[in-house]
Design a protein around this ligand. Structure first.
Ligand code: ADP
Ligand code: F6P
Length: 353
């Protein structure tokens, strides 16, 4: 169980920081009358629940709320809309993000960030909640430090690859979506005595693949963090055939290039003659109604994000550490890689005997 926001919100000075103190980690919270909220990077199920929580917590605290649309593109185009409690009605169960999202390379330029800050100030936005991944947090950190706009982050990505947090919004839903899909594949794999390679998302990270691999009883799990050679995979496959297995599921993280499983299948065919079928789950994993876990996490994180700003803390994101909500510096994920625990991969292999 995660602790409630009230219990975990120790005064800022008492909390640990994993990185150095940046130029602006705290500010006078009495200046905050209107906050902005936006979603950025890849969408993740549960982002809407986080937006709802931010909006309604802020209104509960007598703040005005502005939605910034389409990620950082909305900053540079001034795409702002006032949000009321009713604006976020009937969204807790919806996937995607009502605020839209984008990847906006222009935001890498300091002059673009400076121009965006002017628009934000014209709109009277005093502080902002950013819902996204580590790239989005880097943009938020730069805006915070260069332009003095207090920023707080909420981690949202199906990859669960943000260093400093054990959990990111969307991960639980994506696992369940992938597991449901692989269960269907297993039916046909079993009927035809076939080997399937199922590719799950995860840009340079195997957190999703590892959990899905254990949950579906995969024989082999390929991840960028714990590489397995084709020879090793073929060995596992041949051993399982020798033990009497007629069908197998390999789960593979997409890594840097979606579709790499086709190369893997071809290499396996060349090594041992097995004709693997490939199924790339792709963006199916990013959509759909968020799980109860993601809705609850998003609701809690949105609430704590607003409370954090109202305590005068900024330049941090809400993170999960030892099952509790804490704050971590926004720039921490950009400078650190999340530790990958290979025991899940070993467990999948052990249990696939
Ligand atoms: P995620 O937030 O899911 O990691 P991206 O890495 O695509 O997704 O980042 C989302 C957006 O954040 C980018 O399109 C860009 O607008 C902004 N961003 C990412 N990295 C930086 C950076 N180094 N400087 C400024 N803005 C950045
Ligand atoms: O960051 C989340 C993620 O879904 C990754 O797993 C994936 O590699 C990437 O986004 C795909 O991004 P896009 O939707 O821009 O192709």
């Amino acid at each position: 169980m995660l602790c409630s926001s009230k219990r975990c919100l120790a005064p800022f000075a008492q909390r640990k920081t994993l990185w150095h103190d940046g130029p602006m980690n705290s500010f006078d919270p009495s200046t905050v009358k209107k906050i902005g909220v936006f979603t950025s990077g890849g969408d993740a199920p549960g982002m809407n629940a986080a937006v709802r929580s931010v909006v309604r917590t802020a209104i509960h605290k007598d703040l005005e709320v502005v939605g910034i649309y389409q990620g950082y593109r909305g900053f540079l185009e001034g795409n702002f809309q006032n949000l009321s409690a009713r604006s976020v009605a009937n969204i807790i169960q919806r996937g995607g993000t009502i605020l839209k999202t984008d990847r906006c390379p222009e935001f890498h330029k300091p002059e673009v960030r400076a121009k965006s800050a002017q628009l934000l100030k014209q709109e009277g936005i005093d502080a902002i909640v950013c819902i996204g991944g580590d790239g989005s947090f880097t943009g938020a950190h730069l805006l915070n430090n260069e332009q003095g706009i207090p920023m707080v982050g909420i981690p949202g990505t199906i990859d669960n690859d943000i260093a400093g947090s054990e959990y990111t919004i969307g991960f639980d839903t994506a696992i369940n979506t992938a597991v449901e899909a692989v269960d269907r594949i297993r039916d046909t794999a079993h009927s035809h005595d076939r080997l399937f390679i199922v590719e799950v998302m995860g840009r340079n990270s195997g957190f999703l693949a590892a959990e899905v691999g254990v949950a579906v009883g995969a024989e082999v799990v390929f991840t960028p963090e714990f590489p397995m050679t084709v020879d090793q995979a073929v060995q596992h496959f041949q051993n399982s055939v020798a033990r009497g297995k007629r069908s197998s599921i390999f789960v593979s993280a997409e890594g840097q290039k979606a579709g790499r499983s086709y190369d893997l299948a071809e290499n396996i065919r060349k090594k041992c003659g097995a004709e693997a079928r490939v199924c790339i789950l792709g963006h199916i994993q990013r959509g759909g109604s968020p799980s109860a876990t993601d809705r609850v996490m998003a609701s809690r994180m949105g609430n704590v994000a607003v409370e954090t700003l109202l305590q005068g803390q900024c330049n941090h994101f809400i993170a999960v550490e030892n099952n509790k909500l804490v704050t971590q510096p926004l720039e921490y994920p950009a400078n650190n890689k999340k530790t990958f625990d290979p025991r899940l991969i070993e467990l999948a292999t052990t249990l696939a005997t």
